[in-house]
Design a protein around this ligand. Structure first.
Ligand code: ZN
Ligand code: ZN
Length: 189
């Protein structure tokens, strides 16, 4: 895998290529919550030059596994992440966020991630890792409405017929357990 490109050698018309994302590489890029599944991913990219700036468009595809933060089920998801980067000659500005945003445009689409570079090459690796890190949640769920694991019986509530084990209904707060044994007088008519 090579993520570096000599800027002078990038044709103005652009250069299309596909990089294999090895499982080792994915293992490092995916962070703590996700892991590769033994199948390499792919970066389909087009790199083009605009003067000394380099624009990168394309997408990353890879399959990753995670353990649901609520129900602890292992889930595999194939991700397709868009890549839109601009490499601009210069140093990372130390201005406030607002000024940096103004700088970012440089006449280019504002929705591009701007990376400042110096020297003859651009290195796509760190920005691509960032695309992955920003796209993947820190606490992934198998489904937005995952019902999680019952704290009483330990069953995965998603898998239960009728969607519940009914433990919550049976559960009585120990502070009120005594009350439950007291028979209250019925309301006089
Ligand atoms: Zn879940
Ligand atoms: Zn239960």
């Amino acid at each position: 895998m090579s993520f570096t490109h000599v800027v002078d050698k990038i044709p103005a018309a652009g250069l299309e290529f596909t990089e294999v994302l090895s499982t080792e590489w994915l293992g490092r890029a995916l962070g703590d919550a996700f892991r590769p599944v033994g199948v390499p991913g792919e970066a389909k990219l087009e790199v083009a030059r605009e003067g000394t700036s380099v624009v990168v468009d394309g997408e990353l595809t890879f399959t990753a596994e995670f353990t649901c933060s609520r129900c602890a089920e292992d889930v595999q998801v194939t991700h397709l992440l868009p890549v839109r980067l601009s490499f601009v000659v210069g140093e990372e500005p130390e201005e406030s966020e607002e000024e940096a945003d103004d700088l970012d445009t440089f006449g280019m689409a504002a929705d591009r991630e701007v990376i400042f570079y110096q020297g003859p090459e651009v290195d796509l690796e760190a920005p691509l890792v960032e695309v992955i890190i920003f796209a993947l949640p820190a606490y992934p769920l198998c489904a937005e409405d995952c019902r999680g694991v019952c704290v009483d019986c330990g069953q995965n509530r998603n898998a239960l017929p009728g969607g519940d084990c009914r433990c919550a209904e049976k559960r009585v707060d120990p502070r009120f357990a005594k009350l439950a044994s007291i028979s209250l007088p019925t309301k006089p008519n």
